[in-house]
Design a protein around this ligand. Sequence first.
Ligand code: PNS
Length: 165
Amino acid sequence: MIRRTAVYPGFFDPITNGHLSIVTRGLEIFDDLIIAILNNPKKIPLFTLEERIQMIEQAVSDQSNVRIETFDGLLVDYVVAKESNVILRGLRALSDFEYEFQMALMNRKLNRDVQSLFLMTDYKWFYTSSTIIKEAASFGGDVSGLVPDVVNEELKRKFKEIKNA
Ligand code: PNS
């Protein structure tokens, strides 16, 4: 039997419970999921690539059939190289729609064999994002429940480190 693999791409700076919900639900549809972190030096992340990988590894340690990889260049080329034809994305409130629509259409123009598949984010995560979580955490706000425990601890450590620098 052919195993169906989906690629779940993103920046994951850091991974949130919203992302994890998409991973869990994606695995109800696909046999294997690749969490593909964009390695893009143009965008300066809060966490290094290694830190992001480690946090994701811990956060998905109870899930089998999940691989964590990095990519650069065109996403559709990476998807094909992984012998997949599906880009999985989560869709939150209205704000995501235009960006996701643009990206999906561009990816479709680049390769019509690759399909973009969207899962509506669970209502619990509708208004959260890595960006807003980082913003709150940077001022000492409590973001527990929105991110995995490991990420919560790492956010505290990172902002303490930045403050003391
Ligand atoms: O977590 P993000 O920032 O929403 O993820 C965006 C990502 C990584 C999916 C997107 O920037 C991407 O696919 N970049 C790779 C470059 C590419 O293929 N661009 C063409 C499609 S717009």
